[in-house]
Ligand binder design. Structure first.
Ligand SMILES: N[C@@H](CCC(=O)N[C@@H](CS)C(=O)NCC(=O)O)C(=O)O
Length: 217
């Protein structure tokens, strides 16, 4: 059965891979599962038809037969469980890859999102500069720790996994700040993720929504 995901009809980044349907698209491309996309306007996301699928009125969602999921991490995990290629077979390696999925979403993404939200929504406040310094310091702490752990490895725990997929998409949220350049191994890590054919197909498909041109790959 072909799953259907939801995505922005009109995205703040104009389809440059930051909206969280990108994670789901990438996971589906990695496992070779075709999918359909239903595009939603901001107002449609808040209507009851969509809230029945997503209690918080957001994207992405995932529908497959009588299963409906929300939360990009849960959706990527579901895809990784149902198909080979995104989680190792070995039980301990699999558990570690899942730990990295949680780390990406629970430990690394929150300070990055806090900083982006401050830039977007609080730039006119008198305390903005002071708060931004605090938030940026928190991001640097996490990046330093992650960089130290990755070292010169290609991926976080041996082979590429759903943990890397989520971590790369989380780190890409820093693109507009340019801070990743200070962590050459993390920049190279993100570039390795972006170089994967499945990533490129997912990126092209998301971008095509905004350019109106069909994906090239
Ligand atoms: N934790 C959720 C976050 C979902 C989320 O923030 N989605 C954004 C797009 S990337 C959204 O729908 N924003 C519009 C809104 O919240 O009204 C996930 O990972 O799926």
């Amino acid at each position: 059965m072909t799953p259907t995901i939801t995505a922005f009809e009109s995205s703040p980044d104009r389809g440059r891979g930051l909206a969280r349907d990108m994670r789901v698209r990438w996971a589906l491309e990695e496992v070779g599962q075709p999918y359909d996309v239903r595009l939603l306007s901001f107002s449609e996301m808040k209507e009851s038809a969509h809230r029945n699928l997503h209690p918080f009125g957001q994207i992405p969602t995932y529908e497959e037969g009588d299963l409906t999921l929300f939360e990009s991490g849960a959706i990527v995990f579901h895809i990784a469980e149902r198909h080979g290629g995104l989680l190792p077979e070995d039980a301990n390696a699999r558990a570690r890859a899942i730990a990295w999925m949680f780390a990406a979403l629970n430990t690394v993404e929150p300070p990055i999102v806090d900083r982006s939200m401050a830039v977007l929504l609080e730039h006119d406040k008198s305390w903005h500069k002071e708060r931004l310094t605090i938030l940026e310091d928190r991001v640097h702490v996490r990046l330093g720790e992650l960089s130290g752990r990755l070292g010169d490895a290609d991926w976080l725990d041996d082979a590429f996994s759903a943990g890397d997929l989520l971590m790369v998409t989380v780190l890409r949220r820093l693109n507009t700040w340019g801070v990743l350049e200070k962590y050459p191994n993390l920049s190279a890590y993100v570039a390795r993720g972006e170089a994967r054919p499945a990533y490129k197909r997912a990126f092209d498909a998301q971008l095509a929504v905004f350019t109106g041109k069909p994906p090239t790959s």
